[in-house]
Design a protein around this ligand. Sequence first.
Ligand code: UDX
Ligand code: UDX
Length: 467
Amino acid sequence: MKINSICCIGAGYVGGPTMAVIAYHCPNITVNVVDANIDKIKHWNNKDFNDLPVKEPGLGDIIKKVRNKNLHFTSDIKKAIENSQMIFLAVNTPTAKSGPAKGMGADLTNIINSAKLVAQYSKDPKIVIEKSTLPVRTAEKLKEVLKKYGNTDFQIISNPEFLAEGTAIKDLFKSDRVIIGGEDSVLGKKAVNHLVRIYSKWIPKEKIIVTNIWSSELSKLASNAFLAQRLSSINSLTSFCEKTGADILEVSKAVGMDKRIGGDFLSPSLGFGGSCFQKDILNLVYISRSLGLDEVADYWEQVIIMNDYQKKRFSNRILELTKSPETSTISVLGWAFKKNTNDSRESASIYIVRNLLINNCKINIYDPWVDVDKIKYDINYSLKQIRFKKSEIEIILKKIKIFNSIKSCIKNVSSIAICTEWDEFKEFDWKAAYKYVEPECIILDGRNIIDTKKIVGTNFRMYSLGR
Ligand code: UDX
Ligand code: UDX
């Protein structure tokens, strides 16, 4: 088999950037990215390279170089599958909303449906690559589906994605490692080698690790669980610091300087978000319980419990420290789950705002990249989750205003909650801002990005997490 065409099902935060980078490094391979959402495909073909469905630093520049050369965003799923030797599955795998895995395990509907399409449209052997994060042993299920609905041979490979949003292009260009898990058979090894050859175009060979499929699937869950565990560990100490007079930034620096621990992923925050950490840990917990490993499940579950506590704690601090929260307006700065992305999935801001709304607060919101409609959708959805009725939600939504600048968002407010670490919040002239907020306005810095020295003499009150 010669690989001259690959297809990716799922043009989201993972599929879009990953395929753009593969196309860039492999000019002799045609890369077709398909998606069930036709509007999304149209958006990927937008003339304006700064306006694509995924906002990521550097992404527009890469797309500009390869789109309609060897990278194509197309809705013709059948043709894209038929013509490709390799098919990546990069559809989303959210936490299940019903069934035995409800609220814990991954919903595999999208991945199974994609596999059915691959089976249906494949006339000759294909290599199918799990790019989505999946429960351990999903490859087995995929194999069953491909066999049941298809008439040719399929090799399944696990190749989890480790890019982080906001730095996706940098991460893809300089990955710490690429993991490729395949079957221990002649055909399995051949399939793995095809993928190794693709990554070798830009990733040093020693960083490409070949494992068995199950280790590869588990490595992704484990990596995310370890990273999230560090965040819950440092966040757990923010409340400790506030009670003892220790400063979390000093503690984090001191701990991180130990080479064995390292300084990354020790920035305290109001709680981690993103589409992966919570979902993947819940999945790990679910699988552990299914295997009868209750102690293992309890151990990892605590990471999520601590994160929920942190979000609740920050939200309650806003209510405690805002003067008459029910009659004043609170400004929430930042809706994305981290800076440099327009993604708000599982963002702490969603939880914070919901809690404030339940407590009758009026809220102003500003985020530089997240669309207004997405913010409204998130709030709506989060209220529905706790069983608010449509009519009640309509009334509640009247308490929200969404702005297009920091300045307009903080005008006449009594408190300002910084929820995302956007550079423009850090660089904003807070000293001048004091003139147009309510007297004794409080800034609650959930990311510790504001230099407190800069607001000395302004009469702003300040709450910095863990300090
Ligand atoms: C990815 C991974 O694949 C997921 O498993 C991981 O845990 C998080 O990152 P992501 O790219 O972030 O998902 O998801 P999203 O941006 O929602 O993109 C998925 C795309 O798949 C969407 O555009 C959706 O329309 C598409 N899709 C979904 C299909 O094309 N077909 C389907 O059947 C389902
Ligand atoms: C994560 C993993 O890092 C990545 O390898 C995997 O492929 C997908 O999941 P992502 O969720 O995109 O990536 O971003 P990440 O940088 O990990 O941030 C996750 C959350 O943790 C964000 O809310 C971020 O603000 C928070 N965070 C991160 C902190 O609060 N402190 C830190 O020190 C680092």
